[in-house]
Unconditional design. Structure first.
Lengths: 303, 214
């Protein structure tokens, strides 16, 4: 590690972040996002993903703790951090009765670091209909507009709040293509919240699983794929202790398990003399479902 | 902030033009029916100018509704604006819209006098129009105050919510009383002071928000 990278501030840092609503508490959350990393915030509806992103964008003031973006404290009264943040959410505040172009022109005058050239290039690249009023845009095109608006001022941190939610498969693929193109240059740190698990494979380097306002697990995408396995085998004994098993079903001697430590499980099965052992990889989607089902138990054992 | 205010006024322009158009039609119809058809002495001058002021107040409510519905704060907080500037924008927008309505009302009275003659309008037109404009302005400023008292309640800022709603109810009662008590320029001055207080309180409540997502 060079001295330069050692001194470089994190793209985003959440320190003891707490936000309480009636019947729900987010946090305390501690999370660091390094520059150039794409981190997926995965969780079911109501897990606290949007609140986390809103705190990071300075739209919600947390009850405790705080957020920094590239070393600058995030707070609605501060403006320094905004230069580095682009936010794509379901609601972006556009003038609905005005055309896309008029909205972009307005933002160009509002935001000092806005680049008209970058906005035009992005809009061309994703075929954004400039002359259509925002209110008449399809959901996919609204997301595209939000992406252009979030990126045209050249932010280094991109916050994406479920950008593919509610999109049909074709438009979703199109939006993911756009996001993939944007993130592949490695210049942007991206925090991407989603409950559409199939998005994860395409974009994320790291995954943070959030449930009931708490982080249950943070892990690398590849690390998950390497360790988690679905295993079927034949063994007369049913009451067996196997390492890393999170789900175990059996009918007589036929067993099916899901394990978060494939190597150790298979080694143990070999010691037990299991027969017809068949091992298959699991998709990140399947693993994510298991983690969110198991929650804290998996997180504890994984760590 | 001024750029954002001008943009909101431009965004409200279709409603404002529509409202003033309807007000012009109603005022004209009133003069025609009263003076030319019924051959009466004239209509009260402030009535002719009152409809554009009402139009300005209605458009103020519409504009506030759209700003809230379209989550404008999210857009503005992406730029260099601070919550205080957003608060100022929120309370100044109704004032400008009612003000534009009042100006147009005055213009309409002048045109009516030019066309139909001074005898077509009864009473002290300008002071009466001023008094009514201040009252409608006060009603228009109740929108932001109610919105912020409600937001404070939602965000569990109990004291702020209680103060907001208490002032809201107090000002409404004062406005009702003013229909009977302050039919004068002096009463209007008192009302202007009350409106200024209301605007400051709404702005303070906004700047104290903990949630700017809507």
């Amino acid at each position: 590690m060079t001295a330069n990278t050692m001194n470089a501030p994190a793209a985003a840092r959440l320190s003891g972040l707490v936000k309480t609503f009636p019947g729900f508490q987010l946090g305390p959350l501690d999370l660091t996002l390094e520059p150039g990393t794409v981190l997926a915030l995965v969780g079911p509806n109501g897990a606290g993903k949007t609140t986390t992103l809103n705190c990071m964008a300075g739209l919600i003031i947390p009850d405790e703790g705080g957020t920094e973006v590239y070393g600058a404290p995030v707070h609605p009264t501060r403006t320094e951090y905004r230069r580095d943040v682009g936010y794509v959410g379901e609601e972006s505040g556009f003038f609905q009765r005005w055309t896309v172009k008029r909205n972009l022109d307005y933002l160009a005058r509002l935001i000092p670091s806005w680049s008209r050239d970058r906005a035009t290039r992005l809009a061309d690249r994703i075929a954004l209909p400039l002359t259509t009023p925002v209110i008449k845009l399809s959901r996919g095109n609204r997301t595209k507009l939000a992406i252009v608006a979030a990126l045209a001022h050249g932010p280094r941190l991109l916050l994406l709040d479920e950008p593919t939610a509610g999109l049909d498969p074709v438009v979703r693929a199109e939006v993911l293509d756009v996001l993939w193109e944007i993130t592949e240059d490695g210049e942007h740190a991206v925090l991407y919240s989603t409950h559409v698990l199939s998005d994860i494979n395409r974009l994320a380097d790291e995954l943070v699983f959030l449930r009931d306002g708490q982080i249950v697990l943070r892990t690398g995408r590849d690390e998950l794929s390497e360790r988690w396995r679905r295993v079927s085998f034949r063994l007369a004994e049913n009451d067996v202790e196997l390492p890393g098993v999170v789900e175990h079903r059996w009918v007589r001697t036929e067993h099916q398990i899901i394990t978060r430590d494939g190597e150790a499980t298979i080694k143990r099965l070999s010691e037990l003399g299991a027969e017809a052992v068949e091992v298959s990889r699991m998709s990140v989607d399947e693993i994510a479902v298991q983690i969110l089902k198991e929650g804290h138990h998996v997180a504890r054992t994984e760590n | 902030m001024w750029h954002a205010l001008r943009t909101e006024l431009v965004y409200s322009r279709p409603w404002l033009l529509g409202g003033l158009g309807i007000a012009t039609f109603v005022s004209t119809l009133l003069i025609v029916l009263t003076v030319f058809v019924n051959d009466s002495d004239g209509v009260p001058g402030f009535v002719v100018g009152m409809f554009p002021v009402i139009a300005g107040m209605v458009v103020a409510f519409i504009a506030q509704g759209y700003r809230s519905e379209e989550r404008r704060a999210r857009l503005l907080l992406a730029g260099p604006m601070t919550p205080r500037q957003l608060a100022a924008l929120m309370v100044l927008l109704p004032a400008f819209l009612v003000g534009l309505g009042a100006l147009y009302g005055g213009l309409l009275v002048a045109v009516a006098v030019l066309i139909a003659g001074a005898g077509a309008l009864e009473g002290a037109t300008v002071p009466s129009l001023g008094v009514f404009s201040v009252q409608f302005w006060a009603y228009a400023q109740m929108g932001p105050l109610a919105q912020e008292a409600s937001a404070a309640h939602r965000q569990k800022r109990g004291t702020a919510a209680i103060i907001g709603w208490a002032v809201f109810v107090g000002v409404i009662l004062l406005l009702v009383a003013s229909q009977f008590l302050f039919g004068s320029t002096y009463g209007s001055v008192v009302l202007v002071a009350v409106i200024a207080t209301t605007m400051v309180l709404a702005a303070v409540l906004y700047a104290g928000r903990t949630d700017f997502t809507r």
